[in-house]
Design a protein around this ligand. Structure first.
Ligand code: QNM
Ligand code: MN
Length: 252
C-alpha cells in the first residue's frame, strides 16, 4: 500500500541521515573539512537551484561589492552578490527543505563535533558570483569568537568545469602543508570549522557561481559573544561617539 511505501521511504531517509552524520563526525573531527556529494539528488537540487535563480531574477540580491579589476586601473567590477533568507519567504520552499536537511544532519551529529554544543544557526546566505572574474579574498569566517563554529555550504553549479569556470574554494588548514581545493559542484555539501583553523579563499569565477551557506552556533561561545555585544552596546548609550558594530550579517 502507499502507506507502507511511505513508511519504508522514511526509514530509508532516516538510515541515510545516520550514515551521513557518522561520516561527517569522523571526517570533521579528523580533517576539519568534510565533503558530502549527491546530498539531495538531481531533482531536489534542481528545485533548489530554481528557487535561487528565481530570487536572483526578482532582484532580491544586494548590489555586489565593488572590486577593483586587475585588468584596467580603477575600473570597478561587480563582485559577489548575496541575499539572506529564513526559508519561509515566498518562492523559498526548496531552500527551506535544504536548510532543514542540513539542520537534521547537524542535530544528529550534535555532541560529537569537536567539543561544540550546537544551539542554533544563522539564516541562509545565498551568494552568487556573477562570473566577471571576481573571487573572494583569503579570510577566516569567525576569527574573533562571534559564536559560529561550523560553516556549511551547499553548491548549485551544474557541469562546472574549473578549467574554464574557475571558482575553486581553496582551504589552507592551519598548521598543515596540504591545501584543500573544493570544486563548487552541483548538489555538493561542504562542512568546515569556521574559526582560524580554516583560512580559505574563492578563486576568480568566469561563470555564474551559486552557493547557499548556513553557519551553526556553539551555545557557549555564542552566549559569550552576545553578552560582550550587549555590554558594548550599553556603553554606547551614554557615549554617542561609539558606533554599534553588527555581530555578523544575517546573524539572529
Ligand atoms: C560571498 N561570500 C563567500 O563566498 C564566502 C565564502 O567563504 N565562500 C566560500 C565558497 O563559496 O566556496 C564568505 O565567507 C562570505 C562571507 C561574508 C559575505 C559574503 C561571503
Ligand atoms: Mn568564508
Amino acid at each position: 500500500t502507499s502507506k507502507q511505501a511511505y513508511i519504508s521511504a522514511c526509514s530509508v531517509l532516516e538510515s541515510r541521515k545516520k550514515t551521513i552524520a557518522e561520516y561527517v563526525i569522523k571526517c570533521l573531527n579528523t580533517y576539519g573539512v568534510c565533503v558530502v556529494d549527491g546530498f539531495l539528488g538531481q531533482s531536489k537540487g534542481q528545485q533548489i537551484l530554481d528557487d535561487v535563480q528565481g530570487l536572483h531574477e526578482s532582484g532580491k540580491f544586494t548590489r555586489g561589492q565593488l572590486v577593483n579589476s586587475e585588468s584596467s586601473v580603477n575600473k570597478l567590477i561587480r563582485g559577489d552578490i548575496i541575499t539572506w533568507v529564513e526559508g519561509t519567504e515566498p518562492g523559498c520552499a526548496n531552500i527551506h527543505f535544504l536548510i532543514s536537511a542540513v539542520d537534521a544532519i547537524i542535530s544528529t551529529c550534535n555532541g560529537k563535533l569537536d567539543n561544540y554544543d550546537i544551539s542554533g544557526r544563522t539564516k541562509a546566505m545565498i551568494a552568487c558570483y556573477p562570473g566577471c572574474s571576481t573571487g573572494y579574498m583569503k579570510h577566516v569566517d569567525n576569527p574573533n569568537k562571534d559564536g559560529r563554529c561550523i560553516t556549511s555550504i551547499y553548491y548549485l553549479n551544474k557541469n562546472w568545469d574549473i578549467l574554464k569556470d574557475g571558482g575553486v574554494l581553496r582551504i589552507y588548514p592551519e598548521g598543515q602543508s596540504r591545501i584543500a581545493s573544493i570544486e563548487p559542484k552541483f548538489d555538493r555539501l561542504l562542512f568546515f570549522w569556521s574559526d582560524r583553523r580554516n583560512p580559505h579563499e574563492v578563486m576568480p569565477s568566469f561563470n555564474s557561481r551559486y552557493a547557499i551557506t548556513v553557519w551553526y552556533y556553539d551555545a557557549e561561545e555564542r552566549s559569550q559573544a552576545v553578552k560582550r555585544f550587549n555590554r558594548y552596546k550599553d556603553k554606547g548609550k551614554n557615549n554617542p561617539k561609539r558606533i554599534m558594530v553588527p555581530l555578523t550579517m544575517g546573524s539572529k
